[in-house]
Design a protein. Structure first.
Length: 355
């Protein structure tokens, strides 16, 4: 499993298979599960969620229902379907025949057995619903690499993982938080790789499904300190420069150099939160030959100098607090627009030493 100390100043640029970008992103997210619950629903009902930014997932245990993300067509969910919304956008879940628009939103009520229920009468739909917290201060940036919605149908392995996460989240066993974190990492990776090239929006998952682009992505993750250029990456993928550039941008949602810049900065923020590394050491590990050049690029990207960022991160007491959202002068992590992936694209060179 990837850890920040695995970033080398002299990585092997000839072994792209040595890393898995999807595992790196999910591991850096540091997922945790604050709660999971079983919800039954009867009759005609509607549940509305507007806590944007908080990841959520669900698996339909029995019956069918409708899920609608704002601005999207409704999706019919059936027993065995799994849905992951990495950064919960406003969305509505309803019975197959929704109630009239003027009917108020339903709220689950807890039952004597600890389960939750919506409506009166026998439940026709049962779901296991959970929320995640991403412990990384750069969660918004990392989540922007993922699809807006992940839908997986009929995967028994995934359903079993969801059940394990739910059971562990509700229990009070020793090492519960660690077990839940590891289970969530596996669950997220399983869900994302199950979508493969069918990911509905541009992002890392769709890029990895293209075997040519996957080579470039793995190279950038394997050797972020290398002086990558579009020309070299195109050559390594056996594509012309123009074809590689357009194919990458279409699949991943950003240009190759913008992707590299943002990945380097995400790694730099992680490394700066470790006391053992100096700014110069961090600079070398993310592709900058001098601390001064790195400091200038980092400050333009993050809104604080590397040293101030490191000191500010030490002052955050609550795990999972988004440093970018809470520190004065910092630029908030980017928010994605519907059906697209958007990175922070300031006027910072993405190849400081890699023309």
């Amino acid at each position: 499993m990837f850890r920040p100390h695995d970033i080398s100043e002299s990585p092997d640029v000839n072994d792209p298979a040595a890393v898995d970008p999807l595992t790196e992103v999910v591991t850096l997210l540091r997922p945790g599960a604050p709660f999971a619950k079983v919800v039954g629903a009867a009759g005609r009902w509607r549940v509305r969620r507007e806590d944007a930014g908080r990841p959520s997932y669900r698996v339909v245990l029995e019956g069918s229902c409708l899920l609608t993300l704002d601005g999207e067509a409704p999706i019919t969910l059936h027993a065995g379907d799994f849905v992951l919304i990495p950064a919960t956008y406003h969305h509505t879940t309803t019975s197959l025949e929704p109630p009239p628009p003027h009917v108020a939103t339903s709220w689950p009520a807890i039952q004597p057995d600890g389960a939750f229920k919506i409506g009166e009468g026998p439940a026709t739909v049962r779901m296991l619903i959970g929320c995640c917290d991403f412990g990384s201060p750069d969660a918004a940036l990392l989540v922007s690499l993922l699809p807006r919605l992940v839908l997986v149908r009929g995967e028994a392995r995934l359903a079993a993982l969801v059940q394990l996460v739910g059971d562990e989240a509700r229990a009070q066993r020793p090492a519960r938080d660690l077990v839940v974190e590891r289970l969530l990492e596996v669950m997220l990776i399983e869900a994302l790789r199950a979508t493969g090239g069918s990911a509905p929006t541009a992002g890392l998952v769709r890029g990895l499904a293209d075997e040519r682009l996957a080579v470039a992505l793995r190279l950038m993750h394997q050797a972020p300190s290398h002086a990558w250029s579009v020309a070299e990456l195109a050559k390594r993928t056996a594509l012309s420069r123009s074809v590689f550039f357009e194919r990458f941008k279409s699949a991943v949602g950003v240009t190759p150099m913008d992707y590299l810049l943002n990945w380097r900065m995400a790694l730099a923020k992680t490394l700066l939160r470790r006391d053992a590394l100096s700014v110069a050491q961090v600079a070398a590990r993310v592709g900058y030959r001098s601390a001064a050049t790195f400091s200038m690029a980092f400050t333009r990207h993050a809104g604080l100098s590397p040293g101030r960022y490191a000191r500010a991160s030490e002052a955050i007491a609550e795990p999972g607090t988004d440093l970018d959202a809470t520190r004065p002068g910092l630029v908030a992590a980017p928010q994605r627009q519907p059906n697209s992936l958007r990175f922070q694209t300031k006027s910072v060179s993405s190849r400081p030493e890699s023309a």
